[in-house]
Design a protein around this ligand. Structure first.
Ligand code: PFF
Length: 461
């Protein structure tokens, strides 16, 4: 049973699509992860490598995903059914993407719940006047508290549900048009605050002064892996959003806008965070500690900090919200298109399922802390490992190979020509055929090696 006879939902405007796709791309990855991996990998040198990865791997694959979606007007699995029939090997690209979306949605919503908890704390002034140690310990208290995390996760998923249930135009597009401008404004405020602080110069140097000695082969892998996550690739999100795109839209221009916005926001977030951290003479911590420990301490020590803390955590929460709705929509589209479910039923079911599967994630630092799922990793780290290290690159690789080598009838060229960017076809085709698959295969190999897959497999032979 399929909804084939029904007219496909479409974005009402180009701006609506750009904001929704940028909303998907701009998430916790930009505001929290990008700054600290940049800091750990030699600042400016890493930024250069990252920009290269975005240009030669991220952008071409984003164009490929939008193309597949727009061409077939179906969800990520249905797209491949339509292109190659029900029994084709390429369906695996769709399946891997949708499963990745499902796994990420479950743990992303737990982390998003933490951001809501911090919005609440900032609002009630929990950080004001407290000593640094007391503020830092609040994070430990939160992750040690399973029920508290679950309540915030449920609230966050309800917000996502409320938006996705409204549909493409009245839900996702409308809310992206409200949330994204607010997000730009909040980031703008923090950026100005950072630039006016006395740590501005140090922040700039930290982010942009290239230190090639800190750049290793591992940094390049990290940059490549992150370019996938940050652009929401390999997770069915862009195929799905592409399927609501008008046939005459220029795919190169659309992808470029999303990629540029995503990169700009990551850079601005890095500058805003590091400047203010250096202004009080602190060292930027890595990992969750940076946003959930260092930042609240910093804001408790500067004038206007109580307000800035609210702005910062709201920014994180909004970024997480617009990203997670794309993950939910990617799965909802599958149930609507392929199983004939109503949007309401699919959304409620999938948000509920994300909650249930998110439970062991929320319990990963308390009740289930001793449960080692993969190697010595708890449930949360294992879910992240499977999705980010394996499923995303596998889906990306399959998509690049399919579009570059196996899509019959040169339909990919048609898709570019239709929007007026046929001229870029030779360059793009070269990248998607040779460069992107090779780069992603290398990432996959080393990630597998790093996470011990080969040693583990060795034990079986
Ligand atoms: N791109 C988001 C980020 O950088 O945080 C995360 C994400 C959202 C990944 C949506 C995948 C996705 F489909």
């Amino acid at each position: 049973m399929k909804n084939i006879g029904m007219p496909r939902a479409q974005w009402a405007s180009r701006l609506g699509f750009i904001l929704a796709a940028a909303g998907s791309a701009v998430g916790l990855g930009n505001i929290w992860k990008f700054p600290y991996i940049t800091g750990n990998n030699g600042g400016g040198a890493f930024v250069l490598v990252y920009l290269g990865c975005i240009a030669i791997v991220g952008l071409p694959i984003m164009m490929a995903e939008l193309m597949i979606g727009r061409h077939t007007q179906r969800d990520a699995v249905g797209a491949f059914v339509q292109l190659e029939g029900k029994r084709s090997f390429w369906l695996s690209a769709g399946w891997v993407s949708v499963i990745a979306a499902f796994i990420i949605c479950s743990y992303y919503s737990v982390v998003a719940g933490w951001t809501l908890d911090y919005v609440y704390r900032a609002l009630i002034g929990s950080f004001s006047g407290e000593p640094a140690e007391a503020i830092e310990s609040m994070f430990g208290t939160l992750i040690a508290d399973g029920p508290r995390q679950l309540i915030w996760q449920a609230i966050f998923l309800l917000l996502c549900l409320g938006i996705v249930i409204g549909g493409v135009q009245k839900g996702i597009e409308r809310w992206s048009k409200i949330l994204m401008p607010i997000l730009f404004l909040l980031l703008g405020l923090l950026f100005i605050n950072g630039m006016l602080s006395k740590g501005a110069w140090e922040g700039f140097a930290f982010m942009f002064r290239p230190d090639f000695s800190k750049l290793s082969a591992g940094s390049v892998l990290e940059a490549l892996g992150h370019s996938f996550f940050t652009l929401s690739l390999g997770m069915a999100a862009m195929i799905t959003y592409g399927s609501y795109l008008n046939k005459t839209e220029d795919l190169l221009a659309a992808s470029l806008r999303v990629v540029i916005l995503d990169t700009l926001i990551a850079l601005m977030a890095g500058l805003a965070i590091f400047s203010v951290v250096f202004s009080v003479g602190m060292e930027p911590a890595a990992g969750p500690g940076l946003v959930f420990k260092t930042i609240p301490v910093v804001f408790s020590q500067i004038p206007g900090g109580a307000l800035l803390a609210i702005v910062f955590f709201l920014l994180l929460a909004f970024a997480a919200l617009t990203s997670n709705i794309s993950l939910l929509e990617a799965q909802v589209a599958y149930f609507i298109d392929e199983r004939g479910w109503s949007r309401k039923k699919a959304t409620v079911f999938l948000a509920g399922l994300a909650f249930v599967v998110g439970i062991p994630t929320a319990l990963s630092y308390n009740t289930l802390a001793d449960w080692e799922v993969i190697g010595e990793r708890n449930f949360f780290d294992s879910a992240d490992l499977i999705a980010s290290n394996y499923l995303l690159p596998i889906a990306g690789l399959l998509i690049a190979l399919y579009v570059g080598w196996f899509w019959s009838g040169s339909k990919e060229k048609e898709e570019l020509v239709a929007g007026g960017s046929g001229w870029v076809y030779p360059t793009w085709h070269f990248l998607i055929r040779y460069v992107s698959p090779l780069a992603v295969a290398v990432v996959l190999y080393f990630k597998a090696k790093e996470s011990g897959l080969f040693t583990w497999l060795g034990g079986w032979f």
